[in-house]
Design a protein around this ligand. Structure first.
Ligand code: PSU
Ligand code: MN
Length: 306
């Protein structure tokens, strides 16, 4: 693994570092918007006093912290990066591929590099199957979080997933879920879902003290999920959201879309049919999560120095 000089120096000095994933850049945001978003996300982390470490696999090597040119490569649709979950890392490294890391692989690599805080947009979760039956499509993000000591800041999961089942799996896998200034699990485009979170924290210092206790004193190696709702000004209108979701689900059934194509087809529908509202929410929540993660990383670094 190649750790960028600035990241390595910050880690050695005990300064705050925030890991960032590359799948949301390569596959989550449209290609016209992702490069500018990458710059703004990293700038937001810096403004809050932490060093950003965007993680990807380039030329078969793990990179912890990317240069501007490497961010260009990750965001270039022509580069055609593979989406790498944790299980895909071995093949991508051995076969000298370029790939973007998901929450699962980014969390695993961040922990291995000694980075304890990680900001993203939405977590992967339990998928709904067409017709509503139980689905075996459960993101590896959940299992990795259960076995990796990293604090992940996200805005919950998209309502295209089964939020109730996702919340239940997090409980089963013993992942503590902390609402950041909220009592309910956020639904990405919307600030609230119908499902409560077990714990609430209201400041970065409070999030840091809980994470520190979890990592130092609770047996096992699970991560912590800090859920931060999309900023109110960028929340999608409820009626627009519910209409797009219903239309999207109908579209899936009509076209017989299955498996890994489900999410891209739904997101494409949200992006084209919302008149830009879904993209505005998506970008706003990523930036806010980057800020909160950096503030918590700074609080953790201060605690460790005391
Ligand atoms: N949720 C989003 N946007 C994303 C993702 C999830 O709102 O870009 C990405 C993240 O990288 C997450 C991954 O880790 O999708 C989950 O994919 P899967 O369901 O295939 O595990
Ligand atoms: Mn899946």
């Amino acid at each position: 693994m190649i750790v960028a000089g600035e990241v390595a120096a910050a880690l050695a000095a005990g300064r705050a570092v925030v890991a960032l994933e590359s799948t949301l850049l390569a596959h989550g945001l449209p290609s016209g918007r992702n490069r500018a978003a990458a710059t703004r996300i990293e700038a937001t982390v810096r403004a809050a006093g932490a060093v950003p470490a965007t993680i990807a696999v380039l030329g078969g090597q793990v990179r912890i912290g990317l240069t501007e040119a490497e961010l260009d490569r990750v965001c270039d649709p022509g580069a055609d990066l593979v989406k790498l979950s944790r299980r895909d890392l071995g093949p991508a490294l051995a076969l000298h591929r370029d790939g973007a890391t998901t929450v699962a692989s980014t969390a695993a690599l961040a922990a291995a590099a000694g980075v304890a805080v990680f900001a993203t947009g939405g977590l992967g979760g339990v998928h709904l199957s067409p017709g509503g039956a139980a689905s075996w499509d459960v993101s590896a993000d959940l299992d990795v979080l259960a076995a990796t000591p990293v604090l992940v800041v996200c805005s919950g999961v998209k309502s295209i997933l089964d939020i109730e089942a996702t919340v239940e799996v997090l409980e089963t896998r013993s992942v503590p879920v902390l609402g950041y200034r909220t009592g309910t699990f956020p639904a990405f485009y919307r600030r609230e879902s119908a499902f409560p979170v077990p714990w609430r924290v209201d400041t970065p210092a409070e999030a840091a003290v809980v994470a520190a206790a979890h990592f130092a004193e609770v047996p096992g190696r699970s991560g912590v999920l800090l859920v931060n709702p999309v900023p109110a000004a960028h929340e999608m209108d409820a009626q627009l959201h519910d209409r797009l979701l219903a239309e999207g689900m109908a579209l899936l059934n009509r076209r017989g879309v299955r498996g890994r194509d489900v999410t891209p087809v739904l997101l494409e529908h949200f992006h084209t049919a919302s008149g830009g509202a879904s993209l505005a929410a998506n970008e706003a929540l990523i930036l806010d999560n980057a800020r909160v993660a950096a503030e918590v990383a700074v609080a953790l670094a201060q605690r460790a120095a005391e």
